[in-house]
Write a protein that binds this ligand. Structure first.
Ligand code: PRP
Length: 218
């Protein structure tokens, strides 16, 4: 069987992604993240997992270092990579939002801190609002608390980070889920393999989407 290189994000997407592959019938072990190994062979499934930082997955796939990968829609929206987006995996659901301190009256030229400068710039540009975007790499919620920015543009999942820091979600920009992406050449050269994975994952996703059976009142 031809080995398929799969860029797998470390961190919060990792577990639900592994679970999806397992439910699709691929013999993938649970503990991919437990060792510090960065390339993990799973000969039973014909996979080689490349354990990558989520933000780097699309880069590995675009350059063909991985055939396929799993990446958040947030990264795809920010980076505009030259890859095929094959499937909405419906996992790691969250949203991109504009967040700020309640009752904060910002200056005319809003300062916006974010890990997603392109997403933030486009959002405010489309509203005809002039902003200064400040790029940060993490703990974005700090920015309005210490006077670095008037607003932040960031991911909200459970909402606990903003709540615990006294911030409020002002607008939702778009919703986010993880996507299966493919390198353009790999998609042609290894089409059968990739298509098989897509089909099996799609079956699991469709099964999960089944609405609950209607309740029958006696
Ligand atoms: C992300 C995001 C928010 C938080 C949202 O940060 O940037 O800070 O998660 O999640 P919640 O709504 O469930 O609280 P992450 O944990 O990736 O770390 P970072 O701050 O270092 O970017």
């Amino acid at each position: 069987m031809e080995t398929l290189k799969i860029a797998m994000p470390k961190g919060r997407i990792n577990r639900p992604a592994i679970k999806l592959f397992q439910e699709a019938g691929f013999a993938v072990p649970d503990d991919l993240e437990e060792s510090r190994k960065l390339i993990i062979s799973v000969p039973g499934a014909g996979f080689e997992f490349i354990m990558a930082k989520p933000v780097d997955v699309a880069t590995y796939v675009e350059y063909g270092a991985a055939d396929i990968g799993i990446v958040g829609k947030d990264v795809l929206m920010e980076e505009n990579r030259d890859v095929y987006e094959l499937l909405d995996l419906q996992i790691a659901r969250c949203r991109m939002s504009v967040i700020g301190l309640p009752d904060w009256k910002p200056a005319i030229n809003l300062r916006v801190a974010t890990k997603y400068p392109n997403v933030a710039s486009q959002y405010f540009r489309e509203r005809g609002q002039q902003v200064n975007v400040i790029k940060l790499n993490g703990s974005i919620e700090l920015a309005p608390l210490i006077g670095l920015a008037d607003r932040i543009v960031d991911m909200v999942e459970t909402g606990s980070t903003i709540r615990e820091n006294g911030l409020v979600e002002m607008e939702q920009i778009f919703s986010i889920t993880s996507r299966l992406i493919a390198n353009r050449v790999s998609y042609r050269m290894k089409n059968e393999r990739i298509q098989e994975i897509c089909d099996k994952l799609q079956d699991v996703i469709s099964g999960r989407e089944q609405p609950a059976a209607p309740r029958i009142n006696a």
